[in-house]
Design a protein around this ligand. Structure first.
Ligand code: NAG
Ligand code: NAG
Ligand code: NAG
Ligand code: NAG
Ligand code: NAG
Ligand code: NAG
Ligand code: NAG
Ligand code: NAG
Ligand code: NAG
Ligand code: NAG
Ligand code: NAG
Ligand code: NAG
Length: 719
């Protein structure tokens, strides 16, 4: 009898365990949901109701110092739904109004635990039944992640949510990406769109590397080093910093930086700013050459009496801008005196704490040493971002010595454009692999070393803060256009986000799920998609039949079926073409088209009135010029072909965006490719393709610098 009872409990236990294991549905990240029979359609939702008791609550436990209120998150959620064509009004109310609504409320934070078993303010419970949907968050941020689950599940399930309850908490509190904005500028709107993309997959951290220089090859002369590309991306008018930054239009002003931080925070993403020193610090040495080390000008001479005060002064200027509790001081790849380095790091930690009450983070560089006499160890409350085992062993050097670590191991490193020594986009497949050496377990933020389990702390190790994957621009600002950073991360962000959260999506599930979700990621159009009824997005035909003075007379009709009619103030020629002069233009309601496209311009150039600067067609992300040669201007740089357009000849110019390359050809002739010359670490030269977005906003324009006729413009999706 007792034996049988024991067996009963044993079997019940196994049954319960098995049920728990099956509590999982696909999403990115996957969610612990046991779907019940039945669904609640978003079209039955009458309102988003924000629990009036918590409308003004904020999460003060996260990294950001500007956390949105529950009501603010609800408004962003509502505008996301609107963007996805579910128009649902929002109001404050009580639980008495939670029927046929999406009810947003807060619960007990003690109910939500991270991988280390600590309370997490990011957890949420999502309950769906015939009466409606309720999201209960550990904080407003938890509710926000719950709204991402609502959108994802609705998109994946034809507009409705399966009945059931999801109780979901991220395993790790730091989940994100790092972008090298030092060796390549990115405009604020790009960064904000990236935050929207990351947030959809529940990443909460965007680390911006804001100063750096190209590799300072030992064979360069002093003059070559001092002329090397080095940038500091924050713009301040402070007198003390005069000369540090000479490139205002590729920098962030305080207002712009504030806008980036608030727009990202609105979607639960905190910007972690990094100002890099005392290595990768050539920009400071170009400003104050006496601070550089003679044998490597990209390293600061820390023992120079002005070095620490100078860098402290830089931080004093910018600390008030930063709305995170932690800032990153770089401290990567310093190769001079270790004690100088440690003194520098601790001095910056003290400075940042006393002036702004913030903590600092550094890249793992010199591990602590408790046996060397006179060795100054870095404070244990400085967090370490591990990136390579040749720098440190994160478990033995740091975690076992009570330091907290962010996993940025180079397993997921990427360097744009040139695939050596790191790939051009992160190794997405590694996120899905169970490694035999780790008992077949999947990759998670506590896995520093996929091939040697003894280097990895346990999953519940509280000193693993989370994971960040960096993308570097070693080959400088000309190597890529802005959007290439997005394309390098298009799959990596969702794939990493799943495991950073603690999900377990498989490779097979991932690609189909991502392709189902991709068109519904609110707050961004990084791929510059243009809605269209057919592959032809826009078609203006000016000469046949003559479109002469349709009403109103300045309208150029679009025959694609999309009604993207143009407007023009250029006169028509007798044959019906547009007579372009330097005082008029043809404008479309569009702006930019991403991969892939074919843009065809039927035209005749009669004169280059400005032989230096003739703009054929321009858009949000690029401009196509006629000088010098056929030239793209994009992301701040010019990329020229070797050919020019003939004058006084009617031609069809086709510009083709095909994957990560762009081509042009005239009258169906041979395609010529737009390329870039890359200098690889001062060692070799290479050529690579460039993927420009198609410029489709304006043909000609004031001071366009050319005259002629336009017979037609067509934009086709695909190449
Ligand atoms: C929403 O509706 C607009 C207009 O019909 C359409 O262009 C767009 O593709 C729709 N968006 C989604 C995500 O379905
Ligand atoms: C619901 O309850 C809230 C307080 O929780 C109250 O302010 C509101 O008037 C009630 N609404 C209805 C329709 O009873
Ligand atoms: C410097 O030049 C020497 C001699 O040409 C070469 O062997 C070495 O690799 C160069 N160093 C770097 C970092 O390129
Ligand atoms: C610490 O310093 C001692 C003495 O110089 C040295 O033998 C040891 O290798 C160092 N330990 C580490 C972990 O670097
Ligand atoms: C970090 O540690 C240092 C050295 O122990 C200490 O002086 C400082 O107050 C600590 N900072 C914080 C924020 O606790
Ligand atoms: C360009 O695209 C090709 C084909 O998809 C790919 O093999 C290559 O790695 C890409 N290059 C870069 C720099 O991303
Ligand atoms: C644009 O319209 C013209 C005239 O109808 C037609 O000949 C041409 O094929 C169209 N182009 C595209 C790309 O659809
Ligand atoms: C275009 O307009 C100019 C006057 O602005 C005129 O001289 C020229 O002949 C016109 N071109 C054509 C092809 O009609
Ligand atoms: C232009 O010509 C130069 C010299 O022949 C060649 O190196 C380069 O690749 C050409 N550029 C393009 C875009 O074809
Ligand atoms: C323009 O094309 C010529 C060859 O036709 C080439 O020599 C020249 O370098 C090109 N200009 C630029 C800026 O690439
Ligand atoms: C664009 O073209 C490339 C190369 O032909 C192809 O690999 C890619 O899938 C296409 N992308 C889209 C969005 O159609
Ligand atoms: C070239 O002309 C355009 C106007 O079409 C202007 O916006 C741009 O600044 C000019 N570029 C240079 C280098 O003068």
């Amino acid at each position: 009898m007792t034996v049988r009872l024991k067996n009963f409990w044993l079997w019940l236990g196994i049954f319960v365990a098995a049920t728990v294991v099956r509590a999982r549905s696909v999403g990115i990240p996957t969610i612990p949901l046991v779907p019940a029979a039945g669904r609640f359609s978003l079209s039955n939702v009458e309102a988003i109701v924000v629990d009036g008791r918590y409308a003004d609550s904020v999460n003060d436990k996260g990294e950001t110092l500007i956390p949105p209120t529950l009501e603010e998150f609800a408004k962003t959620f509502s505008s996301d739904l609107e963007e996805l064509n579910w128009s649902i009004p929002i109001k404050q109310g009580g639980v008495n109004e939670s029927t046929s609504t999406i009810f947003l409320t807060l619960g007990d934070p003690a109910d939500y635990h991270d991988a280390a078993g600590r309370e997490s303010s990011e957890g949420y419970t999502l309950s769906t039944s015939s009466s409606g949907i309720t999201v209960t968050g550990a904080s407003p941020l938890g509710v926000w992640w719950g709204t991402r689950t609502i959108i994802q599940q609705a998109v994946l399930n034809n507009g409705s949510l399966p009945f059931g309850t999801v109780n979901d908490t991220p395993g790790w509190g730091l989940r994100g990406m790092m972008l090298d904005a030092g060796r390549h500028y990115y405009p604020p709107d790009f960064l904000i769109e990236m935050c929207a993309y990351m947030s959809f997959f529940k990443q909460n951290t965007f680390h911006l590397h804001l100063s750096d220089n190209l590799y300072n090859n030992e064979n360069y002369t002093r003059e070559q080093s001092l002329a090397l590309y080095a940038r500091f991306r924050l713009w301040s008018d402070a007198k003390e910093l005069e000369g540090l930054n000479q490139y205002k239009n590729e920098s962030y002003t305080e207002d712009q930086f504030h806008d980036i931080q608030t727009s990202c925070a609105a979607r639960g993403v905190t910007i972690i700013p990094e100002i890099e020193a005392p290595g990768h610090a050539l920009v400071f040495v170009q400003w104050k050459p006496e601070l550089g080390l003679a044998d490597d000008l990209s390293l600061l001479n820390i023992s120079h009496p002005d070095t620490i005060p100078t860098i402290k002064g830089v931080w004093s200027t910018f600390l008030p801008w930063f709305k995170s509790k932690t800032v990153h001081i770089g401290a990567d790849e310093y190769t001079a005196e270790v004690n100088d380095y440690n003194v520098f790091v601790n001095a910056m930690a003290d400075h940042v704490r006393t002036t702004a009450d913030k903590s600092i983070r550094i890249w793992g560089t010199f591990p602590p040493n408790y046996t060397e006499p006179g060795y100054v160890n870095i404070y244990k409350n400085v967090t370490i971002q591990h990136w390579a085992f040749f720098e440190d062993n994160p478990l033995y050097d740091y975690i076992l010595n009570d330091y907290s670590v962010v996993n940025s191991d180079d397993t997921f490193y990427a360097v744009q454009k040139w695939p050596v020594p790191y790939p051009t986009s992160p190794n997405v497949s590694a996120t899905f692999l169970g490694n035999p050496e780790n008992g077949g377990s999947l990759w998670y933020p506590n896995i520093f070393d996929r091939f040697n389990a003894s280097n990895n702390p346990a999953r519940d190790e509280p000193r693993v803060l989370g994971h960040t994957a960096p993308l570097w621009n070693d080959h400088g600002p000309t190597a890529t256009v802005y959007s290439e950073a997005y394309y390098a991360w298009r799959e990596a962000i969702p794939a990493l986000a799943d495991k950073q959260w603690g999900g377990d999506i498989t490779s097979a599930e991932f690609y189909t799920t991502l392709s189902s979700l991709h068109a519904s990621i609110p707050g961004q159009n990084l791929e510059r998609k243009i809605p269209s009824k057919s592959p032809t997005i826009l078609n203006y035909t000016l000469s046949t039949p003559p479109t002469k003075h349709t009403s109103p007379s300045n309208v150029v009709p679009d025959t694609s079926g999309n009604a993207y009619d143009g407007t023009t103030d250029c006169p028509l020629t007798p044959s019906g073409s547009l007579n372009i002069t330097s005082t008029c233009s043809l404008d479309t309601p569009l702006s930019s088209k991403g991969r892939n496209y074919t843009l065809t311009l039927s035209l005749l150039i009669s004169a280059l009135t400005n032989p230096e600067n003739a703009t054929l067609i321009s858009g949000r992300d690029s401009t196509l010029l006629l000088t010098p040669n056929i030239t793209f201007f994009a992301s701040g740089y010019y990329y020229s072909l070797n050919s020019t357009l003939p004058l006084d000849t009617k031609i069809d110019l086709e510009v083709v965006g095909r994957g990560n390359r762009t081509f042009a050809r005239v009258d169906g002739g041979t395609e010529e490719e737009f390329t870039v010359r890359l200098g690889i670490y001062g060692r070799e030269v290479a050529w690579a393709g460039m993927p420009f977005e198609a410029p489709v906003r304006r043909v000609g324009g004031r001071d366009a610098g050319w005259e002629g006729e336009v017979f037609g413009v067509a934009l086709v999706d695909g190449s």
